[in-house]
Design a protein around this ligand. Structure first.
Ligand code: PMP
Length: 407
């Protein structure tokens, strides 16, 4: 006798074109890798839990509940709670020297939601959307989910190559937006050079191109130096997308978008039937935590931790990686980016890595063209004492691959 279960429908045949990608190719597989405990993992771009707030957060929550603060448990206005918006506006003004007007700011449920909202508000199927090559996988996924054609602009050690962009803009179809991560980029760990920033903003302005500036790692620099943000240079042509995932904690799912009023209005429209509002509880907790000066203290400790990890990894790679492999030297953030000879296949190397109990992410999904000779290493959550051993395991894998290729 057959049951209804035996004749289960293949629901995937109902999927829209935009959902036809393999779920194992996306961010979910990186998140899954990051939960394994029996291996040395350079895989997910996770903050170290050692940086998270401690019991003081329980104290703040207790205070809010004791005071009967219903706003913390209620729906919030779509643009965000007024008190949190005030806190955020003042904080951005301190960091960027620019005060967002009321209609230039939106509180979002993390950085990734801001990218989805931009896609929903701006992109038609087939629209070209420009990104750095390589770039954050979540941005590629967000723009592709609105059936945009994602095109890569080359980067080098100084970030996006503005002359290449200029050539693309004069030759090709007119894109609506360019997504850039100017500080301590994911995945390449490089930053946009100071002298490229104003020309980039100027070029975007000339072409009516919206620059989407993702500042996820901007506050996690290892030196005191910071170049001006693109938003501070061109608030008329730049929308800044930020997140508190790396500076407070990712579980809170909070971020922001600051940009031209019309763009923010479009994103606010898109948010109304996405999640309607970012979580009020997180907004109230972060506002109180921030007003006590605790966010800045947390970031001070986080910068120190990641700087130390990065140094340990750099010297271990120097010792263990074979000739023929190069890597970037980050001045902040979570990542370094390895480049292997062009015929190498990092997807296979990562699979072999699982057998030797070391995890990292092959570069292919970060490249709009899918090229396979890069590896992303995250140093943010690997334990100090495992870095050397992890680099040794990676060095052996890469040595095997180079021998296989006969280089
Ligand atoms: N932008 C970049 C560059 C990131 O690396 C990440 C997280 N890995 C995000 C945005 C998304 O952050 P959130 O947790 O705020 O959605």
């Amino acid at each position: 006798m057959t049951t209804t279960h035996d004749r289960a429908t293949d629901w995937t045949r109902l999927f829209a074109t935009r959902a036809s990608g393999d779920p194992d190719d996306g961010l979910a597989s990186i998140l899954a890798l990051s939960t394994a405990t029996d291996l040395i993992s350079f895989a997910g771009g996770f903050p170290d839990p050692a940086t998270f707030p401690g019991p003081v957060l329980a104290e703040i929550l207790g205070d809010l509940l004791q005071a009967g603060d219903a706003t913390a448990l209620q729906y919030a206005p779509t643009p965000g709670l007024p008190g949190f918006r005030e806190f955020l506006t003042a904080r951005l003004e301190g960091l960027e020297g620019r005060r967002a007007a009321d209609d230039e700011l939106l509180v979002t449920s993390g950085g990734i939601e801001a990218l989805e909202l931009l896609g929903k508000a701006l992109l038609e199927p087939g629209d070209p959307a420009l990104v750095e090559a390589p770039t954050y996988l979540g941005a590629i996924m967000a723009f592709r989910s609105f059936e945009a054609e994602v095109l890569g602009v080359p980067i080098d050690a100084g970030g996006l190559v503005v002359e290449d962009l200029e050539r693309m803009l004069s030759a090709g179809p007119r894109p609506k937006l360019l997504y850039v991560i100017p500080d301590h980029q994911n995945p390449a760990g490089v930053s946009l050079a100071g002298d490229r920033r104003a020309p980039l903003v100027e070029l975007a302005r000339r072409h009516g191109l919206l620059l989407v500036e993702d500042v996820a790692y901007r506050e996690l620099g290892f030196t005191g130096d910071r170049h001006p943000s693109l938003w501070s240079l061109g608030p008329d042509t730049v929308v800044q997308v930020g997140t508190f995932s790396k500076t407070f904690f990712p579980g809170v799912r909070l971020g922001w978008a600051a940009g031209p009023a019309e763009v923010i209005a479009g994103m606010t429209w898109a948010k109304q039937n996405t999640d309607q509002c970012a979580g009020a509880l997180g907004q109230r907790l972060l506002e109180e935590y921030g007003r006590r000066g605790l966010l800045e203290e947390q970031n001070e400790r986080a910068r120190e931790l990641y700087r130390r990890r990065c140094e340990l990894l750099m010297s271990s790679l120097e010792h263990h990686l074979p000739d023929g492999v190069s890597w970037t030297r980050p001045l902040g953030g979570f990542f370094t980016w390895l480049t292997l000879p062009s015929e190498a296949d990092a997807v296979n190397i990562a699979a072999r890595g699982m057998e030797t109990k070391v995890a990292f992410v092959p570069g292919a999904p970060f490249h709009p063209d899918g090229r396979r000779n890069n590896i992303r290493l995250a140093f943010s959550r690997v334990r100090d004492e495992e870095i050397e051993e992890g680099a040794d395991r990676i060095g052996r894998l890469l040595g095997d691959e180079l021998r296989r290729l006969g280089t």
